[in-house]
Design a protein around this ligand. Sequence first.
Ligand code: F6P
Length: 466
Amino acid sequence: MTAEDQKWSFVVAANRLPVRRVREGDAAKWVPSPGGLVSAMRPVMSGNPNAVWAGWPGVPGLGAEPFDVDGFQCHPVSVSQGELQLFYEGFSNATLWPLFHDALVPPEYHRTWWDAYRTVNQRYADTVADLAAPGAAVWIHDYHLLLVPGLLRKVRPDLRIGFFLHIPFPARELYIRLPWRTEIIDGLLGADLIGLQTPLGADNFCRAVTRITGIKTTGKTIHHNGRTTQVGAFPIGIDTERIAGLVADPAVQARAVEIRQSLGSPATVLLGVDRLDYTKGIEVRLRAFRELLAERRLSVDDCVLVQIAEPSRSQVTGYAEVRREVEQLVGDVNGNFGVMGRPVVHYLHQSHPIEELVAMYLIADVMLVTPLRDGMNLVAKEYVACRPDNTGVLVLSEFTGAAQELRAAELINPHDIEGLKSAMEAAAHRPSAEAGAAMRTMRRLVRSNTAQRWAERFLARLEASP
Ligand code: F6P
């Protein structure tokens, strides 16, 4: 039997493979990708001889042979440069992403994008149909692949199909703007189990189904065409063990000391860590910080703000604008409030390895997580996991999935700048005993709902689905 003929009893499909290609001198090699999904899937996939992951290898047009990295069996799905523009940058990230994030920038509706989305989803469905053994469990991830459950069900009714949406499912009033709203619901209903990050997402989905198909849902169970689809909230967690290992690592601790010194050893470090995305509310927190400095409620003598903004989707509408706005604000704050050799905002438009991020979380007295909308936000959970002495304050937007669990955080409405300013000011001055109780509560929560438990819970529900 050749590798191509092999059939797998567990198939994962996601837009990206769990690995990325990096250059090493003249050669290129695959390394495991950082990120929540890969850590969550590692325990159920790595070293499992019956599990395979189908996804785009991250390089346009590359359709490499199946390969194995870090115990993950990878099956590349090729996406051409042209498809990347229409399917990934277009329909996935300029139609679905903004629509599902409360239309923070206007979603664009183009028939050519939709056609490419259908074509690529069909390719994924064909690939999975080919890889899956009779009766296999299939787990499809995220908004790039909303049609795959239905397309797959048509050709492989024997499969147990799960789908998880990592981003919010919007309010019905927004969702119904989508010209292809019926096709997408039909696609999703091909699954036996649909997981969302929050109970609100699950409610929104069920309400959209009823509005569009007329099918009444019974609780979170949808009966249709002689089949049943279950819907549920499965909030994703993080790999707490890995983070704990890094927190205890002397090299990471030494790096934390070094970073604090390089910032001028300020009394208070405020930190933001985000992909540079208009959903993340980076400009909101910079404006709040600027006003706090201007009103002398925070002082440049004892405060610095570090903002990590990981480059992301630079070709997609809205991303260049938010970058311009953020960088203009950083320049403005530093120009007006910085002193020679000591900027007040340290802005890095760069990706950082997790070791470096953990070193930053270790020195952050105040963590600013202020998205206008976010499916979960794992940065909030990572920060909490990096505070074993229970110090530090998490300022957290109510509009993140994480806020549903981390109720003990300093919850804010990012649209209310005065409220955000008060929370930032209070956080910078919060006595550590008071902060300690909140952090203890949040740490318990983060430890009890890890990425691994999330995957196990979802798969157990899928296994038990009728
Ligand atoms: O939040 C949704 C998500 O797809 C994550 O799963 C992923 O880490 C992130 O966005 C990055 O997206 P992209 O694949 O577009 O770089």
